[in-house]
Ligand binder design. Structure first.
Ligand code: GLP
Length: 244
């Protein structure tokens, strides 16, 4: 779906999420959301906050799982995804703190494997993701599933691609300060979601969007695995769609 602007597109995505939350409330069920960071989802979160404040949209039945976090990374660090999510969404809505799940960038290295297995189990035990919001990196990563990620991959530690570090370097005041690794949900964790919406805005995403939608399915561009997901929509602005 191609929209004139990212603002217009973000409203439509926020409305879909709000409707899902309300539907689940009516059924007395939890609504399990997979959430993304980066600049792309900011307007979606802004709109959800507005709906909470002005329309009484409640998040009391919502459980969230974030895709990824840099490693190592403290929660207080303003570059952390933990900080980002609280700043843009969680601090402004009525979600229960115990329902927020974000990979923990402070877990000791020796405990990481078990931590990642537990994160994956928590998603499944919550009933699985009803909706997964995704951005896309210029490497074709979703979450931080960089080129080479296997379709069967689960939550794990991953080494960041050079291009990803270049793109993050302005946030970290230079590429040398960008963490070399991250914890990320896997391709299979994402693919099990009942519904997936991938957002991409701007000309600098046009090339990777073309390769993702029109290229062969390959772990070289992990987002291409979404071609095989039966309920995925790519929501694009005109610039991101300009090479299709
Ligand atoms: C980071 C995140 C991804 C995100 C990507 C794109 O690498 N780990 O989940 O999709 O950035 O970011 P942006 O939305 O700022 O272009």
């Amino acid at each position: 779906e191609i929209f004139k602007s990212s603002s217009e597109a973000s409203l439509i995505i926020a409305q879909e999420i709000a409707q899902l939350i309300r539907d689940k409330q009516e059924q007395n069920q939890a609504c399990v959301l997979g959430l993304a960071t980066g600049s792309s989802p900011i307007k979606v979160y802004e709109e959800l906050v507005r709906m909470h404040k002005e329309e009484g949209l409640s998040f009391k039945n919502v459980i969230t799982f974030n895709l990824d976090e840099y490693y190592p990374m403290t929660k207080e660090n303003s570059k952390s995804y933990h900080y980002f999510m609280h700043q843009h969404l969680f601090n402004h809505i009525d979600i229960k703190p115990e329902n927020i799940n974000i990979p923990d960038g402070t877990v000791a290295i020796g405990e990481l494997n078990q931590y990642c297995i537990d994160y994956e189990m928590n998603i499944r035990n919550s009933g699985g993701l009803d909706f997964q919001l995704l951005g896309i990196g210029r490497t074709g990563h979703v979450g931080f599933n960089e080129p080479g990620s296997h379709i069967n991959s689960g939550t794990r530690i991953i080494t960041l691609d050079y291009i990803t570090k270049v793109d993050a370097s302005s946030d970290f005041n230079g590429i040398d300060n960008v963490p070399k690794r991250a914890i990320t949900m896997g391709v299979s964790s994402i693919m099990r979601s009942k519904r997936i919406v991938l957002m991409a805005w701007g000309q600098n995403k046009a090339d990777i969007i073309k390769r993702t939608i029109q290229g062969d399915i390959s772990s070289e561009v992990p987002a291409t695995f979404l071609q095989n997901h039966t309920n995925t929509t790519f929501v694009l602005d005109q610039s991101a769609a300009s090479e299709l």
